[in-house]
Design a protein around this ligand. Structure first.
Ligand SMILES: NC(=O)c1ccc[n+]([C@@H]2O[C@H](COP(=O)([O-])OP(=O)(O)OC[C@H]3O[C@@H](n4cnc5c(N)ncnc54)[C@H](O)[C@@H]3O)[C@@H](O)[C@H]2O)c1
Length: 371
């Protein structure tokens, strides 16, 4: 199979779909990998590294797409990439089609097989290609928060771990899933006093076992959230109700009662955010202040650490790329129901129920089409 790896063109996107390690494995298995010139540059992978691993470096995005049977990317195609779509092409990437009817139309019109990272499920029913980015964002939320707590950056001038004789900062994390647990690990490692709030008591039990009582856990209700946010130096939002907008469980009046110079990192902002005063920001202008409280609400935090993020993402995506290359699209998808759940468009037919619901369209379950 010929696999194409274009350079990402979405604003501020610095990750890449396949690493040199992936190229080596695919080449050794007898496949040809075309990597667009400088595709890995921002993730610290040079053309030379790709070439040494067996890739052919291609001068243009047009040729990378045109010559490939399978294109592996990171972000959904942007408008200027729509012209590269053609019948028979398989596209493996984050697609996020629900709010993108035009992209959906283009994929359907050109009969592209669109396989979305975000809808693939594993045997446990979780979303394995979303997890690595939550791990990155959760860990980053604490280092970003620690930095904004510095006076120079608008914070209260508090050191997360304190020093002997001076207490550590209070970190409050809302949501004890992947983001929240990753944040808790880093915050505890830096010596902060960490409180974690979740609505799922079984999850709090698990976290209590994992962290051996070093973590203060609280059940999610407005009384507990009001108290914990009032005391927090750093507040991290990491709640998720799958498929739905995040609930605004930290209200404006709770933010008004927070300490001046406290910092909020609302990681859940990509789902609308769980803090009422938060709005989405980008790396060009990542933070703003409300009532003296610094807010950091970047929707694609992992792009700040593209080397780590690319490695983490491709660790999870690569086994699927290899399956597609070795078995061919149809056999690979038919053999694995969770992988098939990633198919959003197939031969001009919409196959993803949540996308169909949000766009008011018909869909056909992919299972029927793979038979
Ligand atoms: N900003 C970014 O760059 C970035 C990167 C990665 C992930 N995210 C986002 O971070 C969010 C969290 O992701 P995750 O992978 O940790 O999800 P997850 O499903 O692993 O965890 C979510 C947790 O929120 C809890 N929760 C739900 N409602 C709650 C409530 N009312 N009160 C308290 N807890 C509640 C759930 O019980 C669960 O434990 C998602 O919106 C995800 O898209 C953002």
């Amino acid at each position: 199979m010929i696999i194409g790896v274009p350079k990402e063109v979405k604003d501020h996107e610095s990750r890449v779909g396949i690493t040199p390690a992936g190229v080596k494995a695919l080449s050794e298995a007898g496949h040809k990998v075309l990597v667009e010139h400088n595709a890995g540059e921002l993730s610290a992978f040079s053309d030379d590294e790709y070439q040494n691993a067996g890739a052919e470096i291609v001068g243009s995005a047009y040729d990378t797409w045109r010559l490939a049977d399978l294109v592996v990317k990171v972000k959904e195609p942007v408008e200027k990439e729509y012209d590269y779509f053609r019948e028979g092409l398989a596209l493996f990437t984050y697609l996020h089609l629900a709010p993108l009817p035009v992209l959906t139309d283009k994929l359907l019109a050109k009969k592209v097989t669109g396989i979305a990272y975000e809808t693939i499920r594993d045997r446990a029913g979780t979303l394995p290609l979303l997890t690595p980015m939550s791990e990155v964002a959760g860990r980053m939320s604490v280092q970003v928060g620690a930095s904004y707590l510095e006076k120079e950056r608008g914070g209260r001038g508090v050191l997360l771990g304190g020093v002997p004789g001076v207490p550590p900062a209070n970190v409050c994390i809302i949501g004890g899933g992947i983001v929240g647990t990753s944040a808790a690990k880093i915050a505890l490692g830096m010596g902060a006093k960490v409180t974690l709030i979740d609505m799922n008591l079984n999850r709090l039990r698990e976290l209590d076992d994992i962290f051996g009582g070093r973590l203060y856990t609280l059940a999610s209700n407005s009384y507990n959230i009001a108290r914990a946010t009032h005391e927090a130096d750093l507040l991290i939002g990491g709640v998720l109700i799958p498929g739905a907008a995040a609930p605004k469980i930290v209200t404006k009046s709770m933010v008004e009662k927070m300490k001046r110079g406290a910092v909020i990192v609302d990681v859940a902002i990509d789902q609308g955010g769980c803090i009422e005063t938060a709005h989405a920001t980008s790396f060009s202008d990542p933070s703003f202040e409300v009532n003296g409280v610094v807010h950091y609400c970047v929707t694609n935090m992992p792009a700040a650490v593209p080397n780590t993020s690319t490695l983490a993402l491709t660790n999870a995506t690569f086994p699927y790329v290899m399956k597609l290359a070795q078995m061919g699209q149809k056999a690979a998808l038919a053999a694995d129901e969770g992988f098939a759940a990633g198919v959003n468009t197939w031969d001009g037919i919409l196959t993803c129920a949540p996308v169909a619901q949000s766009q008011g369209r018909e869909f056909t379950p992919v299972k029927q089409l793979l038979q």
